[in-house]
Design a protein around this ligand. Sequence first.
Ligand code: C2O
Ligand code: CU
Length: 462
Amino acid sequence: MTRLTRRQFHRSVLGAAAAATLPTFAGANTAPILHAREGNAQLAPTDYPETKIWGYDGIVPGPVLRARQGERMSLRFRNDLPQASSVHWHGIRIENAMDGVAGMTQPAVEPGEEFLYDFALPDAGTYWYHPHNRTYEQMARGLYGALVVEEATGAPEVDLDEVLLLDDWHLTDEAQIEDGFGNMHDWAHAGRIGNWITANGDGGWSREVPQHTRMRLRLVNTANARIFTLEVRGLEGWVVALDGMPLETPQPLGALTLAPAQRADLIVDVVADEGEEAFLVSFERDGGYAIASFPVTSTARQARLSAPDALPPNPVPALGPLETAARSELRMEGGAMGGMQGAMIGGRMMGMRDMAAEGKAWAFNGVADMGEKPLLKAALGDTVRIAMINDTAWPHGMHLHGHHFRQIRADGTVGPLRDTILMNRGEAAEIAFVADNPGDWLLHCHMLEHSAGGMMTWLRVA
Ligand code: C2O
Ligand code: CU
């Protein structure tokens, strides 16, 4: 495996490419086009060639889609990739038919075809979009973008609002995307982990800021399987939202873990002195790397602003009584060193060796892939609980579609609203949510090789 060195690149001379922004979202007929196609991107330093990518509008990341809470979003998705695709609006509490799950909520959009996505935006916050067909390949090739829903009222006052999509890429010596997407070793272990990290498609992302600037940083982990462990230097502030949903009280920012698909909204002040640099740092096995840098070039104001208020809450229903709520169990099994003997696939029991031949390595409750029966059926408005146990040797980031949930901790307290929860090896976690969104919804691991390898189930809200 090649390892491109990343050490100097926070000082790269590459400018920060401004992400394109789609300005308006009008009615269906005039809906702007979101165009999935091949493109080129300078992911690696400029002494490497450009990388052939697949991107929305041909760029990595795709355009930042911005709209205001309460508006509708309408987009004509046009697929000019050599593969069928679809668009999933990750974290949006969306109507089921617009959820973008190929083969479940819609047919895959074939090359040359279009699909109209038109949906309401009930919640403000940081969301993102990505394919939901051969996701492990299509996302690794560069298909993802941010969807920012601005607060209808009560947006925090900041000088700068920056989206940072964090990704890792598995690149060859020529800086091309390594195409071993079906690599069973990756599938049965941690998933596809790259050798090159970018923020907004740039290995040396940088933006000049004055001292005491207040920024809202919207961090999104768009990697297939990498868990980011992040810290800041020369910045101080708070976590104000997770997975799009405001925290009741802003939390002082320390080390931050982002599993694949997770987001964090930070409000930070630049405290590094003029002439210095502030950083977002990612911790890897061999040390910390600056993945975004902020050279401090002047002074915005003499002192820091005062602490921010909490963001206004989103209209997510409160949990009903937990004692009487239906409780399902979900045991996560399989993978390397997991001790699983086999699992049911398509109604048939298979041993591990046969499973591997079909590209499967994982199971939930003894079933790999989508079983015929849902994990649970909920009546509309019910509060439901899912007790999950990670009986594998690997971490998993479990994502529920169409809803946000809260973790019910062992001491009975509840965690913040989330749509993806990281579960380390051997860990148990119980979640609860109000099943207020009718339809069939996926619950899967967002390590994309794991979900493709079997870690996928669904539930029905009727
Ligand atoms: Cu972000 Cu089922 O996905
Ligand atoms: Cu997993």
